[in-house]
Write a protein that binds this ligand. Structure first.
Ligand SMILES: Cc1ncc(COP(=O)(O)O)c(C=O)c1O
Length: 402
């Protein structure tokens, strides 16, 4: 009978990662959330103001539609570009809200807003192509530009301009290698909003050049004053715009994973190929619920926006009373972005200290790019009670430490 010697533990083989992985960034919100959860496991009480998702439940009519869809068997693959009825509902909605004619073959439904960013880079950006993007801004833009081999060209959003881009600076950054310009209004993390005038100025700066605009309008229904205005509505820009919108923020459906892009139909065909190659399709029952979200009662959307506005007012007011903090009133989305330079602390260090010592999880402005230094981002997607408690904690902490 052979006697087997216990196996020697195998040496860890070196992991040969593809070079492109070194160019892939991340979204710090998820890392801070993990760190906060670890502190909670140690018994610490943390108020979560780091993650960007509505604290409300998905509206009941949408949940019911999803549950019914599951029971009716919407549990199989569907077309890669999305269910025809949902594409039609999105075409109608975007057509109505952006005052353009949209046909369903210009709509691609994807699992969340993020894939539209990823697919846009994969479909349009070649090695060395330049992409202008807002900084501070949603970190996935820069990460995806780099990953695709493009050159990420930041345009700084400045506080004194209410975090709206400077069109003269934009004009100076555009050159023959510029392939894509990313706009985001209402903006994450600053809450800045582009007015109709701003949008027309950007369109004018682009002029007749063959540049595509990725217009991230995922917060378009979270606007506290005025009307949302898209560059897609500017004459001549419909076919040069990829409009990104979705269900995550508007209908508190972050976990359902559903968003969409609206773009010229030939580009939509290529985006659909990327969907076929990566996800096959967005979950079918999720899409059925999406039809109800778009066509059903919209009162919960208005309710959430009104609540976010009340909380924004309380948080901005509270932050402005804290030593070293000053905060503008954001016009949209559900974040506030106070300037903390007068604390004398660097953003990351301050965010870490507030988490570990004050039990308030927020994000360093630098999580949104280098131009975020000097700022913190607090999400107001938490109860008024928790927001007030967080303000007290930050206030107490600054009294002790500044
Ligand atoms: C500006 C912006 N665009 C896109 C997304 C992605 O949304 P989704 O969760 O639907 O992928 C987010 C989410 O935080 C965002 O803030």
């Amino acid at each position: 009978m052979p006697v087997f010697a216990p196996m020697e533990p195998t040496t860890q083989l070196e992991l040969h990662l593809a070079a492109r992985m070194s160019r892939l960034g991340t979204e710090t919100a998820f890392e801070v959330l993990n760190k906060a959860r670890a502190l909670e496991r140690q018994g610490k009480n943390i108020i979560h103001l780091e993650i960007g998702e509505p604290d409300f439940d998905t509206p009941a009519n949408v949940v019911d539609a999803g549950v019914e869809a599951l029971r009716k068997g919407w549990t199989h693959y569907g077309p890669s570009a999305g269910l025809p009825d949902l594409r039609q509902a999105i075409a109608d909605y975007v057509g109505r809200t952006r005052a353009v004619k949209v046909s369903p073959d210009e709509v691609v439904v994807v699992p969340g807003g993020k894939p539209i960013i990823f697919y846009t880079m994969l479909a349009l950006v070649d090695q060395g192509d330049e992409v202008i993007y807002p900084n501070p801004g949603f970190p996935i833009y820069e990460s995806m530009i780099d990953y695709a081999g493009g050159k990420a060209v930041p345009i700084q959003l400045k506080e004194e301009r209410d975090f709206c881009l400077d069109v003269r600076e934009l004009a100076s950054l555009i050159n023959d290698r510029t392939r894509l310009i990313i706009l985001n209004s209402p903006q994450n993390p600053t809450g800045g909003v582009m007015t109709r005038r701003d949008v027309h100025d950007v369109a004018e700066a682009i002029g007749e050049r063959n540049i595509i605009v990725l217009s991230d309008e995922i917060y378009s229904r979270l606007l506290f004053e005025g009307d949302h205005y898209s560059i897609m509505s500017v004459p001549g820009f419909k076919d040069r715009t990829i409009l990104l919108d979705g269900f995550s923020k508007t209908y508190a459906m972050t976990g359902w994973r559903m968003g969409y892009g609206v773009m010229r139909s030939d580009l939509a065909t290529h985006m659909t190929r990327l969907m076929t190659n990566s996800n096959s399709c967005t979950a079918s029952f999720t899409q059925v619920a999406g039809i109800e979200a778009l066509k059903g009662d919209q009162s919960s959307v208005d309710h959430m926006r009104d609540e976010f506005k009340k909380r924004r007012d309380v948080v901005v007011d509270g932050l402005n009373k804290i030593k070293g903090f000053s905060c503008r009133l954001p016009k949209g989305a559900f974040y506030v972005f106070p300037n903390i330079t007068k604390t004398g602390w660097k953003s990351k260090k301050l965010a870490d200290a507030l988490l570990e010592e004050a039990g308030v999880a927020c994000l360093s402005g630098t999580a949104f790019g280098d131009f975020g230094e000097g700022y913190l981002r607090f999400s107001v997607a938490n109860s008024m009670e928790n927001l007030k408690a967080a303000l007290d904690r930050v206030n107490e902490w600054t009294k002790k430490n500044l």
